[in-house]
Write a protein that binds this ligand. Structure first.
Ligand SMILES: [Zn+2]
Length: 279
Protein backbone atom coordinates (compact mmCIF):
# COMPACT_ATOMS: atom_id res chain seq x y z
CA UNK A 1 0.00 0.00 0.00
CA UNK A 2 1.50 3.32 -1.01
CA UNK A 3 1.60 6.10 1.51
CA UNK A 4 2.10 9.66 0.34
CA UNK A 5 3.74 11.34 3.29
CA UNK A 6 4.91 14.92 3.31
CA UNK A 7 6.80 16.18 6.33
CA UNK A 8 6.10 19.84 6.86
CA UNK A 9 9.27 21.68 7.80
CA UNK A 10 9.35 22.54 11.48
CA UNK A 11 5.65 21.93 11.97
CA UNK A 12 5.79 18.40 13.29
CA UNK A 13 3.00 17.52 10.89
CA UNK A 14 2.73 14.94 8.17
CA UNK A 15 0.04 14.77 5.54
CA UNK A 16 -0.87 11.17 4.90
CA UNK A 17 -3.49 11.65 2.22
CA UNK A 18 -6.82 9.89 2.09
CA UNK A 19 -8.35 12.83 3.90
CA UNK A 20 -6.40 12.15 7.11
CA UNK A 21 -3.66 14.24 8.74
CA UNK A 22 -1.02 13.20 11.26
CA UNK A 23 0.14 15.66 13.88
CA UNK A 24 1.81 15.80 17.27
CA UNK A 25 -0.61 17.52 19.69
CA UNK A 26 0.90 18.22 23.10
CA UNK A 27 3.47 15.46 22.59
CA UNK A 28 0.88 12.88 21.55
CA UNK A 29 0.77 11.68 17.92
CA UNK A 30 -2.73 11.85 16.45
CA UNK A 31 -4.38 10.99 13.15
CA UNK A 32 -7.14 13.51 12.50
CA UNK A 33 -10.06 13.46 10.06
CA UNK A 34 -10.23 17.14 9.03
CA UNK A 35 -13.54 16.90 7.14
CA UNK A 36 -15.34 15.78 10.30
CA UNK A 37 -13.43 18.21 12.50
CA UNK A 38 -14.41 21.10 10.19
CA UNK A 39 -18.01 20.15 11.01
CA UNK A 40 -17.29 20.72 14.70
CA UNK A 41 -16.33 17.28 16.03
CA UNK A 42 -13.18 15.83 17.49
CA UNK A 43 -12.48 12.91 15.12
CA UNK A 44 -9.16 11.28 15.93
CA UNK A 45 -7.30 7.99 16.04
CA UNK A 46 -4.41 8.01 18.48
CA UNK A 47 -0.99 6.75 17.42
CA UNK A 48 1.41 4.76 19.61
CA UNK A 49 3.56 7.88 20.08
CA UNK A 50 3.78 10.04 23.19
CA UNK A 51 2.87 7.67 26.03
CA UNK A 52 4.69 6.01 28.92
CA UNK A 53 4.10 2.26 28.46
CA UNK A 54 7.07 -0.08 28.18
CA UNK A 55 7.55 -2.55 25.29
CA UNK A 56 5.65 -4.23 23.75
CA UNK A 57 3.03 -1.60 24.62
CA UNK A 58 5.25 1.37 23.81
CA UNK A 59 4.22 3.77 24.30
CA UNK A 60 0.69 5.21 24.07
CA UNK A 61 -1.27 2.05 24.83
CA UNK A 62 -4.88 2.83 25.78
CA UNK A 63 -6.13 -0.72 26.33
CA UNK A 64 -6.45 -2.11 29.86
CA UNK A 65 -6.99 -5.75 28.87
CA UNK A 66 -3.77 -6.40 26.95
CA UNK A 67 -1.41 -7.03 29.87
CA UNK A 68 0.06 -3.55 30.25
CA UNK A 69 0.65 -1.78 33.57
CA UNK A 70 -2.59 -0.09 34.69
CA UNK A 71 -0.79 2.98 36.00
CA UNK A 72 0.85 3.52 32.63
CA UNK A 73 -2.47 3.12 30.80
CA UNK A 74 -4.09 5.65 33.15
CA UNK A 75 -1.31 8.15 32.39
CA UNK A 76 -1.67 7.50 28.65
CA UNK A 77 -5.43 8.05 28.83
CA UNK A 78 -4.88 11.28 30.73
CA UNK A 79 -2.40 12.48 28.11
CA UNK A 80 -4.80 11.73 25.28
CA UNK A 81 -7.63 13.49 27.12
CA UNK A 82 -5.43 16.54 27.59
CA UNK A 83 -4.40 16.57 23.92
CA UNK A 84 -8.02 16.29 22.73
CA UNK A 85 -9.66 18.49 25.35
CA UNK A 86 -11.94 15.51 26.07
CA UNK A 87 -11.18 13.71 29.37
CA UNK A 88 -11.13 9.92 29.00
CA UNK A 89 -13.91 9.37 31.61
CA UNK A 90 -16.31 11.31 29.35
CA UNK A 91 -15.90 8.78 26.54
CA UNK A 92 -18.65 6.19 26.16
CA UNK A 93 -17.17 2.74 25.53
CA UNK A 94 -18.52 -0.78 25.00
CA UNK A 95 -17.12 -4.28 25.34
CA UNK A 96 -16.06 -4.96 21.75
CA UNK A 97 -16.80 -8.50 20.62
CA UNK A 98 -16.38 -8.43 16.80
CA UNK A 99 -20.17 -8.44 16.46
CA UNK A 100 -22.64 -6.10 14.77
CA UNK A 101 -24.65 -4.64 17.68
CA UNK A 102 -25.09 -0.86 17.68
CA UNK A 103 -25.48 0.83 21.07
CA UNK A 104 -27.12 4.27 21.60
CA UNK A 105 -24.92 6.11 24.08
CA UNK A 106 -26.46 6.59 27.52
CA UNK A 107 -24.20 8.80 29.60
CA UNK A 108 -20.43 8.87 29.89
CA UNK A 109 -17.91 6.10 30.38
CA UNK A 110 -18.28 2.32 30.03
CA UNK A 111 -21.77 1.43 28.82
CA UNK A 112 -21.59 -2.06 30.33
CA UNK A 113 -22.65 -4.03 27.28
CA UNK A 114 -21.30 -6.03 24.36
CA UNK A 115 -21.44 -4.04 21.13
CA UNK A 116 -19.17 -2.87 18.32
CA UNK A 117 -20.70 0.46 17.40
CA UNK A 118 -21.97 3.51 19.27
CA UNK A 119 -24.36 6.23 18.15
CA UNK A 120 -25.38 9.48 19.82
CA UNK A 121 -26.51 13.04 19.23
CA UNK A 122 -26.10 16.47 20.65
CA UNK A 123 -23.54 18.61 22.51
CA UNK A 124 -21.19 16.67 24.75
CA UNK A 125 -21.71 13.33 23.02
CA UNK A 126 -18.37 11.51 23.22
CA UNK A 127 -17.40 7.96 22.35
CA UNK A 128 -14.35 5.77 21.80
CA UNK A 129 -13.44 2.36 20.47
CA UNK A 130 -10.10 0.58 20.75
CA UNK A 131 -8.31 -0.76 17.67
CA UNK A 132 -5.07 -2.41 16.54
CA UNK A 133 -5.66 -3.55 12.90
CA UNK A 134 -9.47 -3.33 12.80
CA UNK A 135 -10.89 -0.30 11.02
CA UNK A 136 -12.61 2.44 13.03
CA UNK A 137 -15.48 3.92 11.00
CA UNK A 138 -16.56 7.47 11.90
CA UNK A 139 -19.95 8.93 10.91
CA UNK A 140 -21.21 12.48 11.39
CA UNK A 141 -24.43 14.13 10.26
CA UNK A 142 -24.01 17.92 10.06
CA UNK A 143 -27.80 18.32 9.62
CA UNK A 144 -28.98 16.55 12.78
CA UNK A 145 -25.84 16.65 14.92
CA UNK A 146 -25.78 12.86 15.19
CA UNK A 147 -22.61 10.78 15.26
CA UNK A 148 -21.68 7.11 15.05
CA UNK A 149 -18.50 5.11 15.54
CA UNK A 150 -18.03 1.47 14.51
CA UNK A 151 -15.33 -1.16 15.05
CA UNK A 152 -14.89 -3.16 11.84
CA UNK A 153 -12.53 -6.11 11.63
CA UNK A 154 -13.25 -8.73 9.00
CA UNK A 155 -16.20 -10.13 10.96
CA UNK A 156 -17.80 -6.74 11.52
CA UNK A 157 -17.10 -5.75 7.93
CA UNK A 158 -18.69 -8.94 6.58
CA UNK A 159 -21.62 -8.32 8.93
CA UNK A 160 -22.05 -4.81 7.53
CA UNK A 161 -21.56 -3.07 10.87
CA UNK A 162 -20.92 0.30 9.19
CA UNK A 163 -24.22 0.01 7.29
CA UNK A 164 -26.01 -1.09 10.46
CA UNK A 165 -24.67 2.01 12.20
CA UNK A 166 -25.92 4.23 9.36
CA UNK A 167 -29.34 2.54 9.60
CA UNK A 168 -29.43 2.97 13.38
CA UNK A 169 -28.67 6.69 13.01
CA UNK A 170 -31.55 6.93 10.53
CA UNK A 171 -33.99 5.20 12.87
CA UNK A 172 -32.92 7.02 16.02
CA UNK A 173 -32.23 10.53 14.71
CA UNK A 174 -33.74 10.77 11.23
CA UNK A 175 -30.34 10.88 9.51
CA UNK A 176 -30.27 10.59 5.71
CA UNK A 177 -27.28 8.61 4.39
CA UNK A 178 -26.54 11.17 1.68
CA UNK A 179 -25.99 13.86 4.33
CA UNK A 180 -23.40 11.89 6.28
CA UNK A 181 -19.68 12.60 6.45
CA UNK A 182 -17.56 9.52 7.13
CA UNK A 183 -13.97 8.54 7.74
CA UNK A 184 -12.31 5.12 7.90
CA UNK A 185 -9.26 5.28 10.16
CA UNK A 186 -5.91 3.46 9.98
CA UNK A 187 -6.29 -0.33 9.75
CA UNK A 188 -4.28 -3.26 8.49
CA UNK A 189 -3.98 -2.89 4.72
CA UNK A 190 -4.36 -5.37 1.88
CA UNK A 191 -0.55 -5.40 1.69
CA UNK A 192 -0.39 -7.26 5.02
CA UNK A 193 -3.79 -8.78 5.81
CA UNK A 194 -3.76 -12.36 4.62
CA UNK A 195 -6.96 -14.31 5.27
CA UNK A 196 -7.77 -17.99 4.74
CA UNK A 197 -10.58 -19.93 3.09
CA UNK A 198 -13.04 -19.88 6.04
CA UNK A 199 -12.84 -16.08 6.10
CA UNK A 200 -13.19 -15.89 2.31
CA UNK A 201 -16.25 -18.13 2.48
CA UNK A 202 -17.89 -15.73 4.94
CA UNK A 203 -17.04 -12.78 2.71
CA UNK A 204 -18.47 -14.48 -0.37
CA UNK A 205 -21.72 -15.06 1.48
CA UNK A 206 -21.88 -11.49 2.75
CA UNK A 207 -21.60 -9.37 -0.39
CA UNK A 208 -21.71 -9.82 -4.18
CA UNK A 209 -18.69 -7.53 -4.54
CA UNK A 210 -16.37 -9.45 -2.23
CA UNK A 211 -13.90 -10.22 -5.06
CA UNK A 212 -13.33 -6.48 -5.51
CA UNK A 213 -11.83 -6.19 -2.02
CA UNK A 214 -9.43 -9.12 -2.07
CA UNK A 215 -6.14 -9.64 -3.85
CA UNK A 216 -4.58 -12.98 -4.80
CA UNK A 217 -2.44 -14.64 -2.14
CA UNK A 218 -0.92 -18.03 -1.47
CA UNK A 219 -3.05 -21.03 -2.45
CA UNK A 220 -6.16 -21.08 -0.24
CA UNK A 221 -5.52 -17.52 0.93
CA UNK A 222 -6.10 -13.95 -0.18
CA UNK A 223 -5.27 -10.44 0.98
CA UNK A 224 -8.29 -8.55 2.26
CA UNK A 225 -8.74 -4.78 1.96
CA UNK A 226 -10.73 -3.99 5.12
CA UNK A 227 -10.78 -0.19 4.59
CA UNK A 228 -11.80 -0.64 0.95
CA UNK A 229 -14.54 -3.07 1.94
CA UNK A 230 -15.91 -0.58 4.46
CA UNK A 231 -15.93 2.16 1.82
CA UNK A 232 -17.99 -0.22 -0.32
CA UNK A 233 -20.34 -1.00 2.58
CA UNK A 234 -20.87 2.72 3.16
CA UNK A 235 -21.51 3.34 -0.54
CA UNK A 236 -24.12 0.58 -0.59
CA UNK A 237 -25.68 2.19 2.50
CA UNK A 238 -26.25 5.36 0.49
CA UNK A 239 -23.25 7.51 1.40
CA UNK A 240 -21.51 9.66 -1.18
CA UNK A 241 -18.00 8.13 -1.60
CA UNK A 242 -16.63 11.66 -2.04
CA UNK A 243 -17.67 12.33 1.57
CA UNK A 244 -15.74 9.31 2.96
CA UNK A 245 -12.08 9.79 3.96
CA UNK A 246 -10.20 6.48 3.91
CA UNK A 247 -6.84 6.45 5.71
CA UNK A 248 -4.17 4.91 3.45
CA UNK A 249 -1.63 3.99 6.12
CA UNK A 250 -1.35 0.33 7.19
CA UNK A 251 -1.00 -0.61 10.86
CA UNK A 252 1.33 -3.51 10.04
CA UNK A 253 3.59 -1.44 7.73
CA UNK A 254 3.66 1.74 9.81
CA UNK A 255 4.76 0.22 13.11
CA UNK A 256 6.62 3.35 14.20
CA UNK A 257 3.26 5.10 14.61
CA UNK A 258 0.66 2.34 14.88
CA UNK A 259 -0.06 -0.79 16.90
CA UNK A 260 -0.71 -3.95 14.86
CA UNK A 261 -2.12 -7.05 16.55
CA UNK A 262 -1.23 -9.20 13.55
CA UNK A 263 2.30 -7.84 12.98
CA UNK A 264 3.17 -8.09 16.68
CA UNK A 265 2.05 -11.68 17.05
CA UNK A 266 -0.85 -10.61 19.24
CA UNK A 267 1.01 -8.89 22.06
CA UNK A 268 0.80 -5.14 21.62
CA UNK A 269 -1.11 -2.00 22.63
CA UNK A 270 -4.37 -0.47 21.46
CA UNK A 271 -5.10 2.85 19.79
CA UNK A 272 -8.27 4.76 20.55
CA UNK A 273 -10.65 6.09 17.91
CA UNK A 274 -12.41 9.05 19.50
CA UNK A 275 -15.47 10.88 18.17
CA UNK A 276 -16.76 13.73 20.31
CA UNK A 277 -18.99 16.79 19.98
CA UNK A 278 -18.25 19.94 22.00
CA UNK A 279 -20.19 20.10 25.24
ZN1 LIG B 1 0.87 -3.26 5.18
Amino acid sequence: MTVARTMMAGGGQALDGGGWRYEAAGGVGLFRAPALEAAGAVAVVSSRCGGVSAPPFDSLNLGLSVGDDEVAVAENRARLGEALGVPWPRLATVRQVHGTEVHPVAGAGPQGMDADALIGRGPGTAMAILVADCAPVFLLDPRTGAVGLAHAGWRGTAGGIAARTVAAMGEAYGCRPGDLLAAVGPAIGPCCYEVDEPVLARLRASAPWWAEVVRPGRPGHAHLDVPGANLRVLRDAGLDPARVAVAPMCTACDRDRLFSHRASGGRTGRMAAVLALPG
